[in-house]
Design a protein around this ligand. Structure first.
Ligand code: HC1
Ligand code: SF4
Length: 571
């Protein structure tokens, strides 16, 4: 450890700390902008400058290592002046239409301008020509909002190992964009939205479908139903000012009913259905020499990543559609027939923690008889905006339950890394052991370790499994599988680190708050809590699922199930 003083406060911190981190321990909040813990520590924006006793120059604290006996000042007049001038320069070439901006009141640049008391822009000068890329179904890039902090660049390059975004040109012409300034729709972007999560401003944001959803609700000819993904309940509260990871399932359902949806369903039901189909597919592949390892296919970012970067693994992907799609397919077939509604008049809205789900919903290979499973996808953030637009006082709402014709069980843990695997093991174990096992917590696949591996012996068979999250970690694992260094029966891959709880559509958490909490861990707790509270925690024991097979699908992987619930990806 190292001892130093910051603004006269003595602190002792590990020697690997930076001055910015040490200050945080001392309760001193040095302002910063480009800094994003473990992802972007580059000292580019020059906002976090400090004075160090004995040094003539001021220095960027986010890249300044602590040293024994160091004495640091963070709040002198000259530092305040420098920071303010730097921020004014950044703002001089920023599209400052804050009132109509997607990140209004939720923007790190705006907050900083307020905190540093910037009350005028002294240096009005040249402006970058605005260029807004609206072509993809998932992500909008708007260079008039970009402050060149590089957070998205390093997120995409180092964490996701994709490298879609980079700095181009020089000097005043510098921009962050895909190569050759192509649209995000014309490069191998997987729409994971992790660049949006990293962006402090609105230079990267989702393509909103809010108006489309309100229009559907207002259209009296349509039967408008909504499904919410497992991870949404773990984060929506943050949009309403609640602490990170507050579980708001009941209030969310009430809000959706008040907004005017005809039915409010839980994607967990379709996640259970996925387990039934995927579990049986795995057993079939193991027993009949099918392609192994089988790899999950519910994360659309991961599926796109596989298509672009590892096409040799496409045959390993489970043929199951994702739960989002399965839900739509069941609503427009079984549910439509049972309730005597024309499937063409059913409008299915998904609320997802994910930006890639917007593009997934448009994929033609997922259609059934030319009909899309899902008609509109909104993110958790968009739902937050709609609830506010509807003037619903969220925190005062009573709890309500999902419409129970199609309810869920183990599916809730799908939203966290390892959850699909755990839910699958609960079912596969019971089938292979031919028992109703009581020990169903698979701690080996929980947690945020980059690669989780386990061997489970079930009914005398050893099943080798692995779980990875974030495409960067998928690269590491798949390269080992390719090299023959590892072999497994079943692999779970999720496109985002932490799984869906930290998907690209989840509420923004500032870089400052991310220094204190691991958002992945806090939100995961909410889903494990809901799992603990659920009476039935195995997909194959879900009464609604059993009824669906009995009344309609017959059995897992039946002809009908294949038509509705499976697909084939090829590139
Ligand atoms: Fe997910 Fe899934 S868990 S992919 O992370 O398999 O988005 O939450 O809805 O489809 O169920 C996302 C979450 C979600 C699907 C399920
Ligand atoms: Fe990179 Fe994902 Fe952003 Fe595309 S969506 S640019 S892949 S981080």
């Amino acid at each position: 450890n190292v001892s130093l003083t910051i603004d006269g406060i003595k602190v002792e911190v590990p020697s690997c700390y930076t001055v910015l981190e040490a200050a945080r321990e001392a309760g001193v909040d040095i302002p910063s902008l480009c800094y994003l813990k473990s992802i972007n520590e580059v000292g580019a924006c020059r906002i976090c400058m400090v004075e160090v006793e004995g040094s003539r120059n001021i220095q960027a604290s986010c890249v300044l290592p602590v040293a024994e006996g160091m004495s640091v000042k963070t709040n002198t007049k000259s530092l305040r002046d420098v920071r303010k001038a730097t921020l004014e320069l950044i703002l001089s070439n920023h599209n400052r239409e804050c009132l109509t901006c997607a990140r209004n009141k939720n923007c790190e640049l705006q907050s900083l301008a307020e905190e540093l008391n910037v009350d005028k822009i002294t240096y009005e000068g040249a402006k970058t020509e605005p260029q807004i890329d609206l072509k993809s179904d998932s992500i909008i890039r708007d260079n008039s909002k970009c402050i060149l902090c590089g957070r998205c660049v390093n997120m995409c390059k180092d964490v996701q190992e994709i490298g879609i975004l980079d700095f181009t040109n020089r000097g005043f012409e510098t921009e962050v964009a895909p190569a050759f300034n192509k649209s995000m729709a014309d490069v191998p972007c997987i729409y994971c939205g992790q660049c949006i999560v990293a962006c402090p401003v609105a230079a990267l944001r989702e393509k909103e479908d809010i108006e489309k959803v309100w229009d559907a609700i207002d259209n009296k000819d349509l039967h408008v139903v909504v499904q919410t993904a497992p991870a949404v309940r773990a984060a929506l509260g943050e949009e309403m000012g609640l602490p990170i990871g507050t579980r708001v399932t009941g209030k969310m359902v009430t809000a959706l009913k008040r907004m005017g949806f005809d039915k409010v369903f839980d994607t967990n039901f379709a996640a259970d259905l996925t387990i039934m189909e995927e579990g049986h597919e795995l057993l079939d592949r193991i027993q009949n020499n099918g392609v192994l390892p089988m790899i999950t296919s519910c994360s659309p970012g991961w599926v796109r990543f596989c298509e672009f970067n590892y096409p040799e693994f496409l045959e390993n992907l489970s043929s199951c559609k994702s739960p989002q799609q399965m839900m739509g397919a069941i609503l427009k077939s079984y549910y439509a027939e049972k309730n005597d509604i024309d499937p063409k008049k059913i409008f299915v809205v998904s609320v997802m923690p994910c930006t890639s789900k917007k593009t997934e919903a448009t994929r033609p290979e997922l259609n059934v008889d030319g009909l899309r499973d899902i008609d509109a996808v909104i993110t958790t953030r968009e739902l937050g905006k709609m609830i506010k637009q509807a003037r619903i006082d969220f925190n005062k709402l009573e709890d309500n339950s999902f419409d129970d014709d199609l309810c869920g069980t183990a599916g809730v843990i799908f939203g966290v890394t390892g959850g699909v695997m755990e839910a699958a093991l609960r079912t596969v174990a019971d089938v292979l052991e031919d028992k109703d096992l009581e020990e169903i917590d698979y701690n080996q696949v929980r947690g945020i370790k980059e690669i989780k591996e386990a061997e489970v012996t079930l009914g005398g068979k050893t099943i080798k499994i692995a779980v990875v999250h974030g495409t960067g970690n998928a690269v590491k694992l798949l390269d080992m599988v390719k090299a023959g260094e590892k072999d497994y029966h079943f692999i779970e891959i999720m496109g985002c680190s932490g799984g869906c709880v930290t998907g690209g559509g989840q509420p923004h958490v500032s870089a400052k708050d991310k220094m204190d909490v691991d958002v992945r861990v806090e939100r995961a707790k909410a889903l494990y809590e809901e799992d603990r509270l659920t009476e039935v925690r195995k997909s194959h024991k879900n009464e609604a699922i059993l009824k669906l097979y009995k009344e309609y699908l017959e059995k897992p992987n039946s002809h009908k199930a294949h038509k509705l619930l499976h697909t084939h990806y090829n590139k």
